[in-house]
Structure formats: C-alpha cells, structure tokens
Design a protein around this ligand. Sequence first.
Ligand code: ZN
Length: 134
Amino acid sequence: MKKIEHLGIAVKNLNTANVVYEKLLGVKPYKTESVTSESVNTSFFKVADSKIELLEATTPHSAIHKFITKNGEGIHHIAFEVEDILEELSRLKSEGFQLVNESPKKGADNKLVAFVHPKSTHGVLIELCQEIKD
Ligand code: ZN
C-alpha cells in the first residue's frame, strides 16, 4: 500500500452535495464521472494531496443506494493506492481477507479498483486502486 488515495462519501444527491463540499473545501470538483458498471455518479475534489470522492446511486440496485438505506449518508470507503493491484489482491487473500472482487475492474478516475469486504476489516470497506498507465 502506498498511501490513502481518497475517501469515498455516499450522498443522496450529488448536485446538492457538490455545492456543500465546494463551500467546505473551497474548490470545485476536478471531475465528475458516471460509472455505469457500479450504477453511480461520482465527483472528485482535491485539496493538496488529499482527494474526496462523492458517490450518488443511479439505480436502487446500486451498492450506494443500499448503503444509504442501511446507514444513511456518510463515509463509505477508504481507498488505498497500490503499485500492483493483482499482487495486493493475492497477498490480502492469502492473509485471509474477504475480497469483494477477486479481480480488479475499471473504476472512476482512470483507476483499476477492487474492494475488500468490511467484514474482514472491522467494519470499513477498503478500496484498492491502481492508476491505469497508458
Ligand atoms: Zn473510491
């Protein structure tokens, strides 16, 4: 693991939340993106080295919709940047962590991502992400 890449926050309405976070952080989102595979709309804010991702569900089947129904809005995941996501996934699997994704998929912000189940991390959903280099 290299560093915390971003924090993911589940919100009911991305437009409303963007306005609040713009005021809070003093910057506009540097990108907004729909991730069809995850049924979410996202926006990303950057303050110095720190990034915040806001996530809004686009369908009732979205994991974000389920999360908000169960927990309300709030911190949804912590994302760690990794050098080699395949290597990290196999390391974590061999350490006994429960993986949500056995293999990485294309996520937001030009990253390969995979999630570790909160059951095996004391209640925190962990995202691994690796920059896609082209
Ligand atoms: Zn994320």
